[in-house]
Design a protein around this ligand. Structure first.
Ligand SMILES: NC(=O)c1ccc[n+]([C@@H]2O[C@H](COP(=O)([O-])OP(=O)(O)OC[C@H]3O[C@@H](n4cnc5c(N)ncnc54)[C@H](OP(=O)(O)O)[C@@H]3O)[C@@H](O)[C@H]2O)c1
Length: 238
């Protein structure tokens, strides 16, 4: 049984990771901002009393990260898989992510969640990650952060650059943590219908994307550390 910590577990891909890993018999720490608010997580908790722990965590808040660490440390001294999944696409109410509309405050908010927080979570949980079994750190990135494939006009300056910067965080962590046998990758989930992508055009539903990502994670080895994959296991260019 693996100990798996998932951020942004309230809905979308994070919730689906919780669902599928619980069905596989793993022990899950499902981090979310308001455990009282999300009926799906509460329903899962009543079904999987022993295997599921709900943890209150705003990934951008240091106090919240410290408290989450204290709570989890009381239950286990090891994390085998960390899924840095929490993410946002917009910094404010309206879309301001293209030339002529940019809001620098939105940039800051998006970077705090998508780029800075995943690194700070790794730093905070490092003792538990070092104690894990074949530990894997999965940074949920995006094809939007792929510099090589940026060939068409599509805005998304802050979101895309926050994910490109996350990819550098992945690479840097992979180098620093290889000596502890910790595998670190960036993972693009595909274009998936979630609250973030409420469009009929998104071809995937969370079940398909997460099934693909879980297969990939299960087969990851340390020789793949520092790489960028998509949900089907294809390596992506940076
Ligand atoms: N859907 C896609 O097509 C797609 C494509 C490429 C990459 N991604 C990436 O996949 C990941 C999951 O996205 P999704 O599609 O599942 O989006 P989603 O349905 O909007 O879910 C986002 C999750 O992140 C959480 N979150 C946001 N800010 C947070 C904070 N400060 N602290 C803690 N949790 C926070 C949300 O919690 P609350 O419920 O509390 O707001 C929610 O659980 C993101 O990193 C996203 O960039 C998605």
């Amino acid at each position: 049984m693996k100990n798996i910590l998932i951020t942004g577990a309230s809905r979308g891909l994070g919730l689906e990771f919780v669902n599928q890993y619980l069905r596989k018999g793993e022990r899950i720490f499902a981090c979310n901002r308001n455990p009282e608010k999300y009926s799906e997580l509460k329903e899962l908790k009543s079904e999987y009393q022993d295997k599921l722990t709900l943890i209150n965590l705003d990934v951008t808040n240091q106090k919240s990260r410290n408290e989450a660490f204290e709570e989890i440390s009381k239950i286990t001294n090891q994390i085998d898989i960390l899924i840095n999944n929490a993410g946002i696409r917009f910094g404010g109410e309206k879309y301001c992510d293209e030339l002529g509309k940019l809001e620098k405050e939105d940039f800051g908010k998006i970077y705090q969640v998508n780029t800075v927080a995943p690194l700070m979570i790794v730093e905070k949980f490092l003792p538990l990650l070092k104690a894990g079994n074949d530990t894997k750190i999965i940074n949920i990135s995006s094809s939007s952060g792929c510099i090589t494939r940026r060939t068409s006009k599509r805005g998304g300056y802050s979101y895309a650059s926050s994910k490109a910067a996350l990819n550098m965080v992945t690479k840097a962590l992979s180098v620093d943590l290889e000596e502890y046998n910790i595998t670190v990758i960036s993972l693009h989930p595909g274009w998936v219908k979630t609250t973030m992508e409420l469009t009929v055009n998104a071809p995937l539903v969370p079940e398909e994307s997460v099934t693909g990502m879980i297969n990939l994670i299960a087969n990851l080895r340390i020789k793949e550390t520092g790489k960028f994959f998509d949900w089907q296991g294809n390596e992506m260019p940076w």
